[in-house]
Design a protein around this ligand. Structure first.
Ligand code: SAM
Length: 326
């Protein structure tokens, strides 16, 4: 779909939100939503540079502002940004105001944001607009940082109009959102289906993470079939170095005929990955590692096969920082 067509889809929804009694009506629900719905999901995130996407009249901003060092308030409607300017006047030294085009975040630099936050807004966005934003989140997020997105889980009216749907939700599902996020390079950390307006399972809260790119990989390995590395036989082994301690997720891939993937650090086995399935499949292999060299080997499972496949490596640095208070 062309950018122009996506822009038109965004405008159609955006136009509905220039003036709305809704903003004032829902302000009072925010403390409870923040404490019981939102904070349990985002409590461990880094708020240093936060984007409040589709901020409306700034009820979420009230909660994000004390936690952020820089807060970008973004909305398609200049009326809402002007409202926020008035609301936060005199306490907006950390705030940057952005009126956007409804599907891109071109005012924000790549790798510059530590948290994208979007609550009670993307539920209305067309799926192509959602996909565009996911691409933008990947671009603007610092590696290792998060996007918290409240989106629709409504698939009841696939060929109809969003305004006919319960609570004017647009077409989206937990699974389609995860699929789009994955295609845009983001990792799905968690997804929680929630009720909204008395409709069970209408919405979903997704926490995404931009993976840390794999560190320089050395050793001897084969490249094949879109894999990051294939250890084809016992003579091949790959290694990478961690600058700091972290949690490593290997997206390991298995065929019935593969051997076992063994992860070692200083002679210690950190993890083994073994899947003996008829269907080829990928599964996360998660382990803690200290700073230093980590090595990957393929081992024979007892049937003479020793081949291991790794699709991706993602590192989450271990943090000492505490979660923010409610
Ligand atoms: C239901 S209001 C919610 C506002 C705010 N997030 C809240 O919780 O109060 C939806 C918001 O999304 C904004 N919006 C709609 N489409 C948008 C788009 N494509 N990009 C950015 N903002 C959009 C509207 O202007 C409005 O501020």
């Amino acid at each position: 779909m062309s950018n122009k067509a996506i822009g038109a889809l965004a405008k159609e929804v955006g136009d509905d939100w220039k003036e709305h009694a809704y903003y004032e009506d829902v302000e009072r629900f925010m403390p409870d939503a923040w404490k019981n719905l939102i904070l349990p999901v985002i409590g461990g995130c880094d708020f240093t540079t936060t984007v409040d996407l589709a901020a409306g009249h700034g009820r979420n901003t009230e909660f994000l502002l004390p936690l952020a060092r820089t807060l970008h308030i973004v909305d398609i409607n200049k009326e809402n940004i002007e409202f926020c300017r008035r609301r936060f006047k005199g306490r907006d030294s950390k705030i940057r105001y952005v009126v956007n085009d409804g599907s891109s975040l071109s005012a924000l630099r790549g790798d510059s944001v530590t948290l994208v936050y979007c609550f009670d807004a993307m539920v209305h966005f067309d799926s192509d607009v959602v996909r565009n934003y996911l691409r933008e989140f990947f671009r603007i997020l610092e590696p290792g940082s998060h996007a918290f997105i409240h989106h629709s889980n409504y698939t009841g009216n696939p060929c109809g109009k969003w305004m006919d749907n319960p609570n004017i939700r647009n077409f989206m599902s937990k699974e389609l959102f995860a699929h789009y996020a994955h295609k845009e390079g983001l990792t799905i950390v968690s997804q929680k289906v929630i009720e909204w307006g008395g409709h069970p399972e209408l919405d979903c809260l997704s926490l995404l993470r931009k993976p840390n790119p794999p560190q320089r990989i050395g050793g001897s390995y084969t490249r094949r079939d879109g894999m990051l590395l294939v250890l084809a036989g016992a003579h091949e082994s790959a290694k990478f170095t961690l600058a700091r301690p972290g949690t490593v997720t290997l997206e390991a891939h298995a065929h019935a005929w593969c051997g076992r993937l063994v992860v070692k650090q200083e002679g210690r086995v950190l993890a083994t990955f073994e899947v003996n399935e008829e269907q080829p499949q990928s599964k996360p292999c998660v382990f803690e590692a200290e700073a230093g060299e980590v090595s990957l080997h393929a081992e024979d499972r007892g049937d003479g096969r020793s081949e291991a496949w790794v699709k991706n490596i993602d590192i989450e640095w271990r943090k000492a920082s505490a979660a923010p208070q409610a």
